[in-house]
Design a protein around this ligand. Sequence first.
Ligand code: G5P
Length: 206
Amino acid sequence: MAKFFRAAVLGPPGSGKGTICKRIAESFGLQYLSSGHFLREGIAANTEAGVLAKTYIERGMLVPDQVMTRLMLPKLEQLKNHSWLLDGFPRTLAQAQALNNLYQMDLVISLNIPYETLRERLSDRWIHPASGRVYNMGFNPPRVQVLGHLKFQKQSISSGLLLSDLRSQGILHSFSGTETDKIWPYINTLLSTKILPLSRCSMTSL
Ligand code: G5P
């Protein structure tokens, strides 16, 4: 049976998960799934989960575990014959356990970014409401005028237990720094040692 590569990128809001995941997806051809993206999709479509999630996200809080696992696990079921990369899921130990019951993770990347850097990035961040695209006025400026300011989220991720669990499984790799461009080469090197052999035999695009 083909061995599929299962990975996740974790980190607090503004740590660069989305930016790093896009680079990994582009460089290694992994299918990537963002929990934030699916939540925003649900909010836009006014689904039951979306309406509920909105009340938490607006307050800068984590969406309850049950809502998240109900949202994410069916998406993964559709990708059971693919390698994948998760952006922002799991974010708690309970989510990790639900995931672990179904899939064996190969690698988890944790982004350790100083609080001051996160604060600067998020206070410099704008969202284009029509498209939902997020911009940073310095790092990733928009080509068109943006319409609103994404409010800074004070979100304390319940990461302690999750990270120590992942560390004890020997799959956690942590990267620290203040610039995504400087962290990226280390992640790229790490993945190059893990994915290439798998990609030759099992990578498939949807
Ligand atoms: P999301 O969508 O997963 P957050 O809030 O966790 O969102 P966010 O803010 O989207 O994370 P990120 O993905 O970690 O950030 O980082 P990013 O988007 O790549 O970069 C952040 C900004 O910094 C961007 O503007 C980028 O251009 C800029 N940037 C990146 N690198 C650099 C750099 O080196 N220098 C500079 N100057 N700028 C840089 O989730 C949304 C919400 O949904 C809920 C939570 O409420 C969450 O807040 N949620 C969940 N709740 C429970 N469980 C889960 N699993 C959940 N998943 C989502």
